[in-house]
Design a protein around this ligand. Structure first.
Ligand SMILES: [Zn+2]
Length: 468
């Protein structure tokens, strides 16, 4: 049997039909029931080419006469234009017309299509490339699109990356100016505001990715998650040494979640100066704590080291007391848990003295070093160590373990685990912008802001938006 696919164009002047494809088929086996992928691509490409041709010709017809006096405009040449769509790259002729003499114009001529095709890539194509390019590496993203859409020849890792950068940069350009401080008003004004419902918790952490220019160098990508008491959490990220507006970025995230001027914002982080810098000056009611998750991680590592010490190491009495060292580390953990920093520092000192007299072993210098680092860490962050136990009993957040998974989601697999991958700061920053937007389910909304009719169904009565 032969299947001829025709389209029928309907307009005020009547109907016309045009063949777009002819499918020949003998129904003999499973694999030739229904459309093959190749046929579907051929069909879509032909339909798209025909549809765009019709639309352009109708659009030009509508503008062919001067809208002031009705005089036909004169043709003054044309140039070629490539319009990239999800269903093929279309070569179009873009005409140039003279402006009508009935009223004055700055230029002599204009390109009517330039007003319709304000960009040469269709939003649908930009959207899919930005979305998949942010979720999986550029190469497989390009392969996925080439496999399923009639764009095999024109999509590759570079086009996906370029289009993703284009979209991300456009969003970046919309971000307002950076301020030293985003705190507005004064305590009297804040007191008059209604008490905001509940605190917003923001966890911030960082991960390192390998630099492209210098393969041995790494740079830090800061990733965070803001969790309001009600409503959806929001991920954000940036490359600290590239981003010029980290405070504005975080401010917009918090504002998007309904932060009031007197909002209590609880920041949890690993205590790096650079990370804390971003948190300040965002809300007068913010509080900053060291993240319990990172503290326990450090202590767990030290306990592992203590296990490798020879028997006989440890406080109180000396002999055959290695388990005592582990016990002491556990007690150290509880000191910090209760916010008893002075006792914790004393205990670190005691542990260091014990280690000095311990037998030589591979783990001894390792543990000594870890203890010294932990001591510095606790001293530097003293002001940010609360009574974790009390906060925990009051059901207040103490840990950013929830951010750890965000770090993995946003950067790890893609940018860290693939060790052969190297990144430019700009490339990493832009990718993180797209990736957080996709994970936050914000990309389609962003596109609809730029292209108001994007993915809005118009036929079938009620307008509704397509699912993300
Ligand atoms: Zn005119």
């Amino acid at each position: 049997m032969n299947l001829i696919v025709q389209i029928i164009m309907e307009s005020e002047t009547g109907q016309r039909s045009q063949q777009v494809a002819r499918l020949e088929r003998q129904t003999t086996c499973l694999e030739n029931v229904g459309l093959t992928l190749a046929e579907s691509k051929q069909l879509l490409a032909a339909l798209q080419a025909q549809m765009v041709e019709e639309q352009i010709s109708e659009y030009l017809d509508r503008h062919r006469r001067c809208d002031q006096c009705g005089e036909a405009r004169t043709h003054k040449g044309a140039h070629d234009l490539t319009f990239q769509t999800l269903f093929g790259n279309l070569q179009l002729k873009s005409p140039r017309w003279k402006h009508c003499g009935c009223n004055p114009h700055d230029a002599k001529s204009f390109s009517p299509l330039a007003e319709l095709l304000t960009e040469h890539v269709s939003p649908e194509r930009l959207y899919l490339e930005a979305k998949w390019g942010s979720l999986i590496a550029f190469e497989p993203a390009a392969n996925l699109l080439a496999d399923t859409l009639p764009i095999t020849e024109t999509v590759n890792a570079n086009t996906v990356r370029n289009h993703l950068h284009h979209v991300a940069q456009r969003a970046e350009d919309e971000l307002g100016d950076e301020h030293g401080s985003f705190i507005e008003g004064c305590p009297r004004d804040w007191a008059e505001l209604a008490r905001p419902p509940a605190p917003i918790t923001v966890g911030i952490d960082g991960g390192y990715v390998r630099q492209w220019e210098d393969k041995k160098a790494h740079f830090e990508v800061i990733v965070g998650k803001s969790i309001p008491e009600e409503g959806a959490a929001c991920r954000f990220g940036f490359v600290q040494t590239y981003d010029e507006k980290p405070k504005r970025r975080l401010f917009e995230v918090l504002k998007g979640q309904g932060m009031q001027s007197n909002q209590l914002v609880t920041f949890l982080s690993d205590g790096g100066e650079d990370v804390r810098e971003v948190q300040q000056y965002l809300s007068p009611e913010s509080e900053h704590y060291l993240d319990w998750f990172h503290i326990t991680m450090r202590i767990t590592v030290m306990k592992q080291m203590a296990k490798g010490l020879p028997i006989g190491t440890g406080t109180v009495g000396g002999t055959a007391n290695r388990p005592k060292m582990e016990e002491e580390l556990q007690l150290l953990k509880w000191n910090v848990w209760h916010g008893n920093v002075s006792r914790a520092l004393e205990r670190i000192e005691e542990l260091q003295l014990d280690l000095e007299t311990a037998d030589e072993s591979e783990n001894r210098p390792k543990l000594q070093r870890a203890l010294r680092e932990f001591e510095t860490y606790i001293k530097n962050n003293r002001a940010f160590i609360p009574n974790f136990g009390e906060r925990y009993r009051n059901q207040e957040r103490i840990s950013t373990a929830f951010v750890e998974s965000t770090v993995n989601q946003v950067i790890s697999k893609r940018m860290v685990k693939q060790q052969q991958m190297q990144w430019s700061k700009k490339g990493a920053h832009l990718l993180v912008q797209m990736r957080t937007k996709v994970l936050n389910n914000e990309l389609e909304g962003l596109f609809r802001r730029w292209y108001p009719r994007f993915r809005i169904a118009t036929n079938g009565g009620e307008e509704h938006t397509a699912a993300a």
